[in-house]
Design a binder for this molecule. Structure first.
Ligand SMILES: Nc1nc2c(c(=O)[nH]1)N[C@@H](CN(C=O)c1ccc(C(=O)N[C@@H](CCC(=O)O)C(=O)O)cc1)CN2
Length: 286
């Protein structure tokens, strides 16, 4: 079987073009562009690359950027003061705190301090609660990107059995909430490091979303032929970036979102979408 490509790079470029037009309208109406803020703590090269990418995307789309970089030993108080500053800044439509934060910081306390109306990542407890309740809220970027990628490639997910591997806050937990909404109507099994018989769960699935950060975890022998397979795992090795899906999976899968070039670019595009939507909500609230 020759798997069809779920091309996140091209799909994200389409979405960015659509958003750029909406940004131009917002800028003309409001007299200033929407603004995205980022809070980055520490020196992790991956996090630095992701934040740089977010600001590049903003520049291309006409969104203003506000960047707050703090040293690896920043205190909880310093981080929370930065959050307070962005909450109060009228030029900042929405912002994100790049995760993971260094271990000495209390991530939940930082996320809870954000103004939920400025949460461009959909990770504030109020917004995750709204997602649980099925009430409109900014959606976490990777899960939203996955749903958008499947939708735009016409991969059927209503009634589909989805196996998610990984229970992290940015992907695993919220994707289950998103895909089980009535509008998506999938059945989701959430697997993690404590799951017994992972291969059995994967084999049952029409759609497999691997976000465990375990290189080559999902191999072709685990897959149902024709399944849609989305690689969200990224491990940096001496040989370069390695995903959770073994390259041989493409021989069996019906669709494949590779890493790189699949879900990652969609994550970035959905962040811009969240900022544009927040700016549009603000404009209609005036
Ligand atoms: N506050 C947040 N922190 C983190 C999130 C998030 O959504 N919000 N997700 C990840 C990191 N991330 C965005 O922040 C992210 C990861 C990967 C990519 C991406 O485009 N990946 C490329 C490959 C990587 C590369 O080229 O270096 C791809 O898949 O093609 C974008 C964003 C954790 N933290």
């Amino acid at each position: 079987m020759n798997a069809q490509l779920l091309d996140g790079k091209a799909t994200a470029a389409d979405i960015r073009r659509e958003l750029t037009e909406r940004v131009a309208k917002l800028t003309a109406t409001n007299g200033r562009p929407p603004g995205l803020g980022t809070v980055l703590v520490g020196d992790d090269p991956g996090s630095h690359a992701y934040v740089a990418g977010k600001h590049r995307d903003c520049a291309q789309a006409g969104i203003a950027s506000i960047r707050r970089d703090l040293p690896a030993d920043a205190s909880q108080q310093q981080v929370e003061e930065t959050i307070d500053e962005l909450n109060a800044d009228p030029a900042c439509t929405g912002y994100i705190v790049q995760l993971p934060l260094p271990r000495h910081l209390d991530t939940n306390a930082v996320l809870e301090r954000m103004d939920p109306a400025k949460d461009a990542d959909g990770l504030h407890p109020v917004n995750l609660g709204r997602l649980t309740l099925g009430v409109e809220a900014p959606l976490p970027c990777t899960p939203r990107g996955i749903v958008e990628l499947l939708r735009r490639h016409e991969v059927p997910f209503a009634g589909a059995r989805v196996c998610v591997i990984g229970r992290g806050i940015t992907v695993g937990r919220p994707i289950g909430l998103l895909l089980t909404r009535r509008s998506e109507n999938a059945t989701v099994t959430l697997c993690h490091t404590g799951t017994k018989g992972l291969a059995w769960h994967v084999r049952e699935a029409d759609i497999v979303i691997a976000a465990a950060g375990s290189p080559g975890l999902v191999t072709k022998d685990m897959l149902r032929p024709g399944a849609a397979v989305l690689d969200v795992g990224i491990t940096r090795t001496d040989q370069g970036l390695v995903g959770d899906i073994h390259p041989d999976a493409a021989q069996v899968a019906g669709w494949i979102a590779p890493m790189p070039g699949g879900v990652g670019p969609m994550t970035r595009a959905m962040l811009l979408a969240n900022v544009v939507e927040a700016a549009e909500r603000n404009a209609t609230a005036i």
